[in-house]
Ligand binder design. Structure first.
Ligand code: NAD
Ligand code: TYD
Length: 339
């Protein structure tokens, strides 16, 4: 089989490529990525020379480039990870989120319609469900929870999901959608909570916690997400949505304190900064459907995954130091300079 993986130079996409090439060496993987600030070709160095792998630099909104790739590769499956993925950036500048996350999804599906596909898989997020109150720990997101978005990021991802469902109903495109909770693990860009706090800790810089740090996220080790997507594209039912999460809810402040402890740094590095606009309080996935229908369960406990992740950032300083010394530095100044 030939599988096009869009956004494969980013965090989850690269982990997915490594997972798939190890698990299904018989499949051909074609990575399509624009290499935005979040895409890093050096991440893919370990597979670049593999004959079963090809990298193509292109924008998923570029119809001509996308259609050409389909003519060359005749893909069986498309897994669409490519997206603008950071909530804070979407608050600063929503336009590119609508462009890539919605119109890019349309372009990929139009190519699938024209050339035929066995499966188009949309990598979605639990943020499309909005948030849950902190005082109702009995509530969880199921696939039936209404979409109720908070940020331009989540609104663009929800729009994409609706478009994917429309292409299924109207054109019969064989689609699946997954909606996963917050991921952590190797190769995550150090603008997101966990790698940002690890990098700042290691550089003895302040740890900027938004608001009071009481917001809750449901954390999943990235490899567990990759395994779930692999299962869905092979055994999931077309037209269906699958929530992915491991019942691992943590408050931001507890994660930051844990990172300080693991790295032997003082909690006095923690600085409480102005809260994110429209900040979602709590995310919590009910993964019952993917568990009962496809037998998926998370394998990595948070206690192990976070230690493994911190070790990876310690062992791969070159990877993230290069990032935070470049364009990202300007972004950091802009976001945190006056906060
Ligand atoms: P990321 O920001 O690390 O990577 C995004 C990748 O997409 C980068 O390689 C970037 O170069 C590429 N890209 C961006 N715009 C593109 C375009 N127009 N054309 C081609 N390539 C483009 O993101 P991530 O955290 O790996 O997330 C991947 C997907 O998973 C996204 O769709 C995101 O919404 C979803 N998701 C992420 C999480 C999470 O916790 N990170 C959780 C659930 C769902
Ligand atoms: P993030 O990693 O941006 O993921 P998301 O917003 O998609 O859940 O943020 C995770 C949580 O951490 C979120 O509640 C916002 C908070 N946060 C901080 O407190 N400080 C920071 O510097 C960042 C980036 C996030």
């Amino acid at each position: 089989m030939t599988i096009i993986v869009t956004g494969g130079a980013g965090f989850i996409g690269s982990n997915f490529i490594f997972y798939m090439m190890e698990k299904h060496p018989e499949d051909r993987i074609v990575c399509l990525d624009k290499l935005t600030y979040a895409g890093n070709l050096s991440t893919l160095a370990p597979v670049m020379a593999n004959p079963g792998f090809r990298f193509v630099r292109a924008d998923i909104c570029d119809r001509e480039a996308v259609f050409r790739l389909f003519e060359e590769e005749h893909p069986d499956i498309v897994v669409n990870f490519a997206a603008e993925s950071h909530v804070d950036r979407s608050i600063e500048d929503p336009g590119v989120f609508l462009q890539t996350n919605i119109l890019g999804t349309q372009t990929m599906m139009d190519a699938c319609r024209k050339y035929g596909i066995k499966r188009y898989h949309q990598v979605g997020t639990d943020e499309v469900y909005g948030d849950l109150p902190l005082d109702r720990p009995d509530l969880f997101f199921t696939e039936k929870t209404p979409l109720r978005t908070s940020s331009p990021y989540s609104a663009s991802k929800a729009s994409a999901d609706l478009l994917v469902q429309a292409y299924h109903r109207t054109f019969g495109l064989p689609v699946t959608i997954s909606r996963c909770s917050n991921n952590y693990g190797p190769y995550q860009f150090p603008e997101k909570l966990i790698p940002l706090m690890i990098a700042n800790c290691l550089n003895d810089k302040p740890l900027p916690v938004y608001g009071e740090g009481l917001n809750v996220r449901d954390w999943l080790y990235v490899e567990d997400h990759c395994r779930a997507i692999d299962l869905i594209i092979r055994e999931g039912k077309t037209g269906e949505v699958y929530n992915i999460g491991g019942h691992n809810e943590m408050r931001n402040i507890d994660i930051v304190k844990l990172i300080c402890k693991e790295l032997g740094k003082p909690e006095s590095l923690i600085t409480y900064v102005t809260d994110r606009k429209g900040h979602d309080m709590r995310y919590a996935i009910d993964p019952e459907k993917i568990h009962s229908e496809l037998g998926w369960l998370p394998e990595t406990k948070f206690a192990d995954g976070i230690v493994r992740t911190i070790r990876w950032y310690l062992d791969n300083r070159g990877w993230w130091e290069k990032i935070i010394s470049g364009e990202y530095q300007n972004y950091y100044e802009k976001m945190y300079g006056n906060r």
